[in-house]
Write a protein that binds this ligand. Structure first.
Ligand SMILES: [Mg+2]
Length: 220
């Protein structure tokens, strides 16, 4: 479905693409509400309902991904709370093999994530994922989330890529849409970003279940 000789750069999302989104879902929907209620001596169910609303209201904005913002707003140390459940951070299946294959085929692999540096560093420490790719970029460094088509323009300055010969793999449909508007030619989504949630059916973009469906090769 992809013609690999046409591709020389692969931009890769991290959470929900290379890593199981379960860690993040569990953190925001379960662990944070529980610990927030404990820390501020609140009733757990009320705290959960309020927090869910509060979090959803920021969806798609840079705040949504910003640990400093949430630490300040909620008066808790988000990075420290994430550390408490760090054993849940895990690769999605076949990711290491896929990244090794890109490397052996001389296809540039760049992680492009909306994750805040605090969360990114924790995940790098737990998985060593930065060692498996050529470069790691956090959208926080540009103050623009990937959902904003301007992000790709800014990325282009740091990481020159030929949009016609670039593949973006990302579980977020709004991000894929923003990349499409910018002109990135090859786009791929992930049907089950969170291993504990049902698979999605995706109409707008081509998608894969797992990375073993892709076999990068420069040979024709
Ligand atoms: Mg993602």
């Amino acid at each position: 479905m992809l013609y690999w000789p046409d591709i020389d750069t692969v931009l890769l999302d991290m959470d929900g693409t290379l890593l199981d989104l379960h860690f993040d879902t569990y953190f925001w929907l379960e662990h944070l509400p529980l610990r927030y209620a404990q820390i501020h001596a609140l009733e757990p169910d009320e705290a959960r309902a309020w927090l869910h609303q509060r979090i959803i209201a920021e969806k798609g904005t840079l705040n949504w991904y910003c640990l400093d913002y949430w630490s300040r707003e909620l008066n808790v140390d988000i990075v420290q709370l994430k550390e408490e459940i760090a054993e849940r951070i895990a690769f999605r299946p076949y990711v290491q093999d896929f990244l090794a294959r890109l490397r052996s085929e001389n296809i540039r692999a760049v992680i492009v994530t909306n994750a805040h540096r605090g969360s990114l560093n924790l995940k790098i420490r737990k998985t060593g994922i930065d060692q498996l790719v050529d470069h790691v970029i956090s959208s926080h460094d540009y103050q623009l989330p990937k959902e904003d088509p301007m992000f790709w323009q800014r990325l282009q300055q740091e990481e020159p890529f030929d949009a016609e010969r670039t593949l973006l793999i990302d579980d977020s449909l709004p991000v894929l849409e923003s990349a499409r508007q910018y002109g990135i030619r090859h786009l791929l989504s992930i049907v089950q970003p969170d291993s504990q949630q049902p698979a999605r059916s995706i109409e707008q973009f081509r998608s894969i279940g797992h990375f073993d469906e892709l076999s990068p090769s420069k040979k024709i």
